[in-house]
Design a protein around this ligand. Structure first.
Ligand code: ADP
Ligand code: MG
Length: 339
């Protein structure tokens, strides 16, 4: 593989742009050694996650470089939050095309610095290569959680309430807003939604607060119904949720009010990066207090049931069938699986 390391530029790039982003983390060794060191405090588990983004697939060639960097950080921190972990550090593997400009790289590093500071984490290493293909970025994130307490997808139990943070549908509607496809919507809604798509808000404050209260958790990145289906399979349970109980931002509520078919997009669209979790009913009061303390809305949307599959009920308690082509009413199939 052709490494940029053959060119003197790589070392200047690392020293100038990336080394300051280690932000004094001792084990980063100033990004001057072969590897980084990390010593978890006694009694803590490390939580590790990695996400890759490819130009043309996960971001557009003309997306601002700082926002690309920040989204890369944020989608990873969302995974840590979903496990109840406090983020500590990240490592970056970057494959830059030959024609990447210094201006692009500086703006990328600026965005990275902004979010590393915002979330109090350090860049502790990585790798830099060049590629004939599209710009490809991979970020590995490290977090910490008290040993044995990480929130897993597999802990849901029948009788749990299902909760979701924030609002859903902003990511999917935001993609359309960013693409200029929401011409009829109010300008302030279009602006809000496009921002939500470009700059996810990982629930890093909320996630660790859920430890000891939630039975199971994950982040919603591929759409509520699909992701809840994953959680149910991991926990060997089913779920029943009410479509009209799903929390909506004013912008998405306006879209749904104008055209009910938006509801399917809310339920199945991706890029929300909210937390989806289950907790026994007796935790409700504690969760209301956590919502107040963290400033993140928490909404119960249904319950965990014995069996398998996700059933979505409409306002008349009739199961909905959701698919790429939208949804229609249907009588529950034997599996009860509406995905
Ligand atoms: P090696 O050849 O031993 O893998 P490199 O020359 O690739 O080392 O990297 C030198 C140092 O720079 C290492 O500490 C590495 O972690 C860091 N580094 C290289 N690329 C990046 C990057 N994109 N982001 C952060 N750190 C990087
Ligand atoms: Mg080496």
């Amino acid at each position: 593989m052709p490494a940029v390391s053959d060119s003197p530029d790589e070392f200047r790039l690392i020293a100038d742009l990336f080394a300051p982003l280690s932000r004094g983390y001792p084990g980063a060794l100033g990004l001057t050694d072969d590897a980084a060191l990390m010593r978890p405090p006694p009694g803590m588990d490390m939580v590790l996650t990695v996400d890759a983004m490819v130009e043309g697939i996960h971001f557009l060639p003309d997306d601002p470089a700082d926002l690309v960097a920040r989204k890369l950080v944020r989608v990873n921190l969302s995974d840590l939050a979903a496990k109840g972990a406090v983020p500590v550090a990240v490592m970056l593997a970057a494959a830059f095309p030959h024609n990447v400009t210094g201006a692009w790289l500086r703006r990328f590093a600026d965005g990275l610095r902004l979010d590393l500071e915002a979330f109090s984490i350090a860049l502790i290493g990585g790798d830099t290569v060049s590629t004939p293909g599209p710009l490809t970025l991979s970020l590995t994130a490290f977090g910490q959680v008290a040993a044995g307490t990480a929130l897993l997808r597999s802990g849901a139990r029948a009788g749990d309430r299902i909760w979701v943070s924030g609002s859903l549908g902003d990511g999917a509607a935001g993609l359309r807003a960013a693409q200029g496809l929401l011409g009829d919507a109010r300008p302030e809604h279009v602006g809000y939604l496009a921002d939500r798509y470009r700059l996810p808000r990982p629930r890093t404050g909320l996630g660790p607060e859920l430890v000891g209260h939630a039975h199971a958790a994950m982040d919603v990145s591929d759409g509520l119904v699909q992701d809840l289906g994953h959680l149910c399979r991991a926990s060997a349970v089913g779920a029943e949720i009410r479509a009209d109980g799903v929390p909506l931002s004013p912008a998405v509520a306006a879209l749904v009010a104008a055209d009910q078919s938006w509801l399917a997009t809310v339920l199945t669209g991706g890029d929300d990066y909210e937390l989806l979790f289950t907790a026994p009913p007796e935790e409700t009061e504690a969760l209301i207090q956590i919502a107040a303390r963290t400033g993140v809305a928490l909404t119960p949307i249904g319950s965990v049931v014995p069996g398998s599959g996700v059933t979505v009920l409409d306002a008349d308690a009739v199961p909905m069938r959701l698919g790429p082509a939208g949804w229609r009413h249907f009588r529950q199939s034997p599996s009860g699986d509406a995905t």
